[in-house]
Design a protein around this ligand. Structure first.
Ligand SMILES: [Zn+2]
Length: 252
């Protein structure tokens, strides 16, 4: 069995697939690693099994997931408006930014895409200079991104307290999935339409994941497997203590 198949099976066999709508209280506030899946994308280890399309880490899985899905319920921290009221914290999500780039690229809206692709702080400054019309354009785009995130993406998470462990699991798991010859994007994978940046860095559209970092890292080794298995045990305990809460199990 390949490491990629091992990873897909461990996650699938032990943890719920979380789909929107879900309660943020069902996601741990503490650190962890999360694995995103995308509707229409199947892995190469068995028919119609979902393919991992992004591996991410956070010191607070609840907050990061809240940002990705733009969940504005209590506790998500998405109501933490920053520079001005049109800029909720969820625009910090680089995942959302990449989905936005795809939408703007599809529309050939190069002028907006150029500024919109900037990092968070520069983008906030850029939008403020452009005024209300462009800010409302940004808001509309954010709503479209939210709809896509909620309809197309699901995820599993594991609780990992130590940052060094999160970093290792993220790198090794990303390397494993990115280099798996059996897991390939479908012809209709949204990431294939991601615009190519004018740099020599790796491109999302040339891979299969919504990330360019860690793709050439070494794959999962025995040490990583031990850490993943411990994290799964810890996560099941965490979920078990919240058995009164129901996480919707999504059908791929
Ligand atoms: Zn694979």
């Amino acid at each position: 069995m390949s490491e990629c198949q091992w990873l897909h099976e461990q996650l699938e066999g032990n943890l719920p697939l979380v789909a929107f709508p879900f309660e943020l209280e069902q996601i741990p506030k503490t650190g962890g690693v999360y694995f995103f899946y995308e509707k229409g994308e199947s892995c190469g280890h068995g028919s119609d099994r979902p393919r991992i399309v992004r591996v991410g880490i956070s010191g607070s899985v609840r907050q990061r997931i809240g940002h990705h899905f733009a969940d504005e319920s209590k506790g998500s921290n998405c109501r933490m408006y920053l520079e001005f009221p049109d800029k909720p914290a969820y625009v910090r999500s680089s995942f959302r930014r990449d989905i936005g780039k795809v939408l703007l690229s599809q529309r050939k809206d190069d002028e907006f895409l150029d500024g919109w692709s900037k990092g968070y702080d520069k983008k906030a400054e850029w939008l403020q200079l452009r005024g209300r019309v462009w800010i409302s354009k940004d808001k509309k785009l954010q709503q479209e991104i939210t709809k896509i995130m909620r309809e197309k993406f699901t995820f599993r998470f594991i609780c990992v307290d130590e940052k060094a462990d999160r970093d290792k699991i993220e790198k090794r798991c990303t390397g494993t999935v990115a280099q798996c010859v059996l897991c390939q994007p479908s012809e209709r994978w949204l990431g294939l339409q991601h615009p190519n940046p004018k740099t020599k860095r790796p491109k999302i559209s040339e891979g299969k994941l919504w990330q360019v970092n860690n793709r050439s890292e070494k794959g999962i080794d025995d040490g990583t497997k031990t850490k993943v298995l411990k994290a799964i045990t810890d996560t099941k305990k965490w979920l078990g203590s919240r058995s009164q809460l129901r996480i919707p199990i999504s059908q791929h």
